[in-house]
Write a protein that binds this ligand. Structure first.
Ligand code: SF4
Length: 337
C-alpha cells in the first residue's frame, strides 16, 4: 500500500474478520456500524497482525480494524512497569490492541508487529477468566492498558460491559485508564466504588508535542472533574513524567491548573512515574519512529528496563512536593527505577 493511498482512507475503511467470529453479536454490530467498509475474511488474526515487515507507523495511519477471538491467555499478572497502587493481586487484560491516540512515548509503538486496531469479541471468555483469576480474593484489574477504551466507547461499548461486570463482582477493583476528554457515557452508569476512572494528565506542552491525536489538558481535566462529580473514584496519573528543559516551571503551572479545575478532595489517589520501558521495546520504538527526538534520549538501561535512571528522582521529587500541597502524601504512589 502506498503512503499516498493510506492518507485517504477513513478509519476502519478496511475490516479483517476471523471466520470463527463472523456471527458474533459484536462482530455484526461493528460490521453494521461500518457498513461501507471493505470486509476481508481471515482464518486467524495473526495471519494479518503478525505478518513480517509491516510498517507500524503507516498502519496506524491506515487505521484498519481486525475483529477476532482470543484463545490464548486472557488475564495477566500486572507488569512490573505498571503501578499497582499498593494492591496485592494486580492483573490486567487486553481485549483491544492498539489505540486511536498515538503518544510518542507509548510502548505500543514497540510492542506489536502491527498498528491495526484489533478487537477480541469473545467478551464472555474474558469475564470468566477474570472471575477465575480473582476467585474470592480482592483484586485489582486494569482493563485499559493496550488501548484507550473510553476513547472508543461509542464504537465498542466495553466500558459499560466492564462496569456491569464490576457491579456483580465487588471484590474486583476495575481501573479504566484514559486520556479521553469526553466521559459523558459515565452519566448512564451507576458510580460504583470498584470502578476507578484513572485520567492521565500531562502538561499542556507535553500533550501538544508528544500525545498525538489525544485531547489537550483542558478537555481531560473537564472529563476528570465530571467523573468525580458523578461520584466515581477518581485517580490521576502524572505518568509518564518527561524530561523537559524547564520542568520546574512547566510542572508547577500544570499542577496548579490541575487543582484549580479538579477539587483535590475528590481525588482518590495519584500515580507519578517517569518514562520507562523494556529495552527491547525501546529498540523497536526507535526503529519504527527513527525521527523521534523523545525516543532518541540516551536513557539508562538497567535490568532490561530503560528509563531516565538516577536523574529521574529530581523530577519526580519536585512534582511530588508540589502535589502534596493539594493532596495528602499517602495518596501519592510512585513508580521508581
Ligand atoms: S493513550 Fe495510552 S495507549 Fe493510547 S497511545 Fe497514548 S499512551 Fe498509548
Amino acid at each position: 500500500m502506498k503512503e499516498s493511498e493510506v492518507l485517504f482512507y477513513r478509519p476502519f475503511s478496511h475490516i479483517y474478520v476471523e471466520r470463527a467470529v463472523k456471527e458474533n453479536d459484536m462482530t455484526r454490530r461493528l460490521l453494521n456500524r461500518f457498513a461501507g467498509a471493505r470486509v476481508i475474511e481471515i482464518n486467524h488474526y495473526k495471519d494479518v497482525f503478525n505478518r513480517r515487515n509491516q510498517s507500524y507507523a503507516m498502519q496506524k495511519r491506515a487505521g484498519a480494524l481486525i475483529i477476532a477471538g482470543n484463545r490464548g491467555e486472557l488475564v495477566y499478572k500486572g507488569a512490573p512497569f505498571c503501578q499497582s497502587f499498593g494492591e496485592e493481586n494486580f492483573f490486567y487484560t487486553s481485549f483491544v490492541l492498539n489505540c486511536i491516540y498515538d503518544c510518542e512515548y507509548c510502548y505500543l509503538r514497540g510492542t506489536y508487529p502491527s498498528g491495526y486496531m484489533t478487537v477480541f469479541v469473545n467478551t464472555e471468555d474474558y469475564f470468566k477468566a477474570a472471575e477465575e483469576k480473582a476467585g474470592e480474593k480482592d483484586c485489582f484489574l486494569c482493563v485499559s492498558y493496550d488501548t484507550d477504551l473510553a476513547a472508543v466507547e461509542d464504537i465498542f461499548g466495553f466500558c459499560a460491559l466492564w462496569h456491569a461486570f464490576g457491579k456483580k463482582h465487588g471484590n474486583i477493583k476495575i481501573e479504566l485508564r484514559t486520556k479521553c476528554g469526553n466521559l459523558s457515557f459515565l452519566r448512564e452508569l451507576e458510580p460504583i466504588q470498584n470502578f476507578i476512572i484513572a485520567v492521565t494528565l500531562s502538561p499542556e506542552e507535553t500533550a501538544r508535542l508528544y500525545e498525538h491525536r489525544a485531547p489537550g489538558l483542558g478537555a481531560r481535566l473537564k472529563g476528570a472533574a465530571e467523573a468525580a462529580r458523578l461520584g466515581f473514584p477518581l485517580r490521576l496519573s502524572f505518568d509518564p513524567v518527561l524530561v523537559t528543559e524547564n520542568y520546574e516551571e512547566v510542572y508547577d503551572r500544570f499542577i496548579k491548573r490541575c487543582f484549580e479545575e479538579i477539587d483535590p478532595k475528590s481525588v482518590m489517589d495519584i500515580g507519578v512515574g517517569g518514562f520507562r520501558t523494556a529495552s527491547a521495546c525501546l529498540r523497536n520504538m526507535r526503529r519504527n519512529y527513527p525521527m523521534s527526538e523523545l525516543l532518541s534520549y540516551p536513557f539508562e538501561s538497567s535490568g532490561g528496563v530503560c528509563s531516565y535512571g538516577k536523574s529521574e528522582s529530581a523530577y519526580v521529587d519536585h512534582i511530588v512536593k508540589k502535589t502534596e500541597k493539594y493532596v495528602e502524601k499517602r495518596k501519592i504512589y510512585l513508580w521508581n527505577t
